[in-house]
Write a protein that binds this ligand. Structure first.
Ligand SMILES: CC(C)(COP(=O)(O)OP(=O)(O)OC[C@H]1O[C@@H](n2cnc3c(N)ncnc32)[C@H](O)[C@@H]1OP(=O)(O)O)[C@@H](O)C(=O)NCCC(=O)NCCS
Length: 151
């Protein structure tokens, strides 16, 4: 069954209100920070860039990406699908779209992300997209990386 189509849009001064109030379920709050915090990180520091995941014109999710200057790898962080929109394939479609977006950036040969090991849904989703745990840790999170082919 084909999933929904998600379009990624750069989040900026004209559309940040689309995503700022997206929120996860109460029991998922321990896995992520509020989107408002991620937007501040993107606005006030130079590492992360925000993307909204849209179904048509309806914002359903958020993520951000950044390039680690130390090793050149591209990171995905702050992955959120709004509680009301979860379980409908949006998370998978948004991650797949993000991988495609990053893959096209010059010099992007690998994508990394991290998550709390007890976040079973995220962990399984990332693994199914090809992310492999490396044994590295990022605070209380485990790191997984996706090697991109040369095509
Ligand atoms: C992780 C998250 C982004 C997934 O978004 P989503 O839109 O619900 O994901 P999808 O509907 O595309 O489902 C992806 C897979 O997870 C499974 N899944 C989704 N919600 C689930 C749940 N509550 N319980 C069990 N499995 C679940 C789906 O069955 C699907 O599996 P499949 O593709 O193998 O059939 C979303 O749950 C979320 O925002 N969680 C809170 C924040 C978070 O943990 N972010 C990641 C931080 S690293």
């Amino acid at each position: 069954v084909p999933g929904p189509t998600i379009t990624l849009r750069e989040i900026n001064r004209s559309n940040w209100r689309d995503v700022v109030d997206l929120d996860v379920r109460e029991d998922q709050r321990r896995f992520v920070a509020p989107v408002s915090r991620y937007l501040c990180l993107c606005a006030y520091e130079d590492v992360w860039r925000p993307l909204g995941g849209y179904d048509g014109d309806v914002p359903v999710g958020f993520l951000m990406w950044g390039r680690d200057p130390a090793d050149g790898s591209h990171w995905i962080g702050g992955v959120v699908v709004d509680a009301a929109k979860q379980g409908q394939g949006y998370g998978r479609a948004m991650l797949a779209a993000a991988v495609e977006f990053l893959r096209r950036l010059p010099g992007c040969t690998q994508i990394a992300l991290s998550y709390q090991p007890e976040n079973a849904v995220a962990r399984a989703l990332y693994a199914s997209l090809g992310f492999v745990e490396t044994g590295e840790r990022e605070g209380d999170e485990v790191v997984a990386r996706l090697e991109l082919g040369s095509t």
